[in-house]
Design a protein around this ligand. Structure first.
Ligand SMILES: [Zn+2]
Length: 333
């Protein structure tokens, strides 16, 4: 569509913009891409926020974590909390589901986006896996598994201290269900795996395919779930989070570091991440992750989520996924 208006910036001459309405190939959800080539000119200064958070007691800092965080029930995890190197898993004290845990994975209260080492990330994801395996051994109905991250308050993070959230449930979230059911439907209709076809097609087109590290392929989503960017990682031929090897987690963490470095260079300081797991023992869904950058719009720090996304369930995108891919590719060479 090409909306027209008389533009005061051009002496009220007629101007038209190009808005592309796209549909996601799997979920068929729409999004509007209007490529304004929007840039964040200066990195927001987080120092005041971090300082303020240090003045309050942080339950995830090493001196308080033992006293201030919950423990699992004895019949579930007798040792109370799960530890993998620096990573510690414990129950969420404000749970969304039957099994909802938190993972802290660094003793540092604040880590900038570029500061997450591969080792920190791998240990965090390994700890998630250990927890999820324990959940399934205890409660086998929990088929829907996900690992999630709100980095910084701007993205919904309640604490500055880096932490992941794990969900294991017999009841999927709306979007997780759309992904799984869409993949199942695609498999029934085409006798092919959607994710394999998506990677092959994107590699062929070349406009949104970023690169692969080991068996993890990265691309930018055709219909982003964020106003600026939505970067996807697909674990090839891995059905479930539980199928991921340590090498897979290393390869993913390596790619994630590159993505976070790119976001940092683009002056972002916040993001959301989700890793959606498929069901164990099926062949139609491959575990995949999404990273969506979060930001505010100057000069009034306007939110990047407005009525369109909140109440119409539709994203308005101001930077094309093809432009994002072109920039991000340079970080994957
Ligand atoms: Zn802390």
């Amino acid at each position: 569509v090409e909306p027209k208006f008389l533009d005061p910036r051009k002496g009220f001459e007629e101007n038209k913009l190009h808005v592309e309405i796209r549909a996601d190939p799997l979920t068929h959800r729409h999004g509007r891409v209007c490529n304004f080539r929007f840039k964040i000119i200066a990195k927001p200064d987080l120092s005041g926020l971090v300082e303020r958070s240090r003045k309050q007691e942080c339950p995830f800092c090493p001196e308080l974590i033992e006293k201030a965080t919950p423990k699992f029930l004895k019949e579930f995890i007798p040792e109370g909390r799960i530890r993998v190197s620096e990573a510690i898993v414990f129950p969420n004290s404000m749970p969304y589901d039957r099994h909802n845990a938190i993972v802290t994975f660094s003793g540092e209260h604040f880590t900038e986006m570029k500061g997450f080492t591969e080792e920190l990330l791998v240990n965090a994801f390994l700890a998630c896996q250990v927890y999820l395996k324990r959940v399934l051994a205890h409660d086998s109905a929990c088929k829907y598994l996900s690992i999630n991250w709100n980095y910084m308050p701007l993205s919904g993070g309640g604490l500055i201290h880096p932490h992941l959230q794990i969900i294991a449930s017999d009841f999927p979230t709306n979007y997780h269900e759309e992904l799984v059911k869409g993949s199942e439907r695609y498999y029934e209709e085409n006798s092919r795996n959607f994710w394999a076809d998506l990677i092959a097609r994107e590699e062929e087109i070349g406009k949104r395919y970023v690169g692969s590290i080991g068996d993890v392929s990265w691309l930018t989503s055709f219909v982003p779930k964020g106003m600026m960017m939505d970067i996807a990682a697909i674990f090839r031929e891995r059905n479930s989070i539980l199928d991921l090897s340590k090498d897979d987690l290393k390869n993913f963490s390596n790619g994630l570091q590159r993505v976070l470095t790119y976001l940092d260079d683009q002056n972002f300081c916040s993001f959301n991440l989700a890793i959606y797991s498929g069901l164990i023992d099926q062949g139609y869904f491959w575990t995949n992750a999404r990273v969506v950058s979060r930001f505010t719009i100057p000069p009034l720090d306007t939110s990047d989520i407005n009525y369109f996304e909140k109440l119409h369930d539709e994203t308005f995108i101001v930077k094309s996924p093809e432009d994002v891919c072109g920039e991000l590719k340079e970080y994957f060479v």
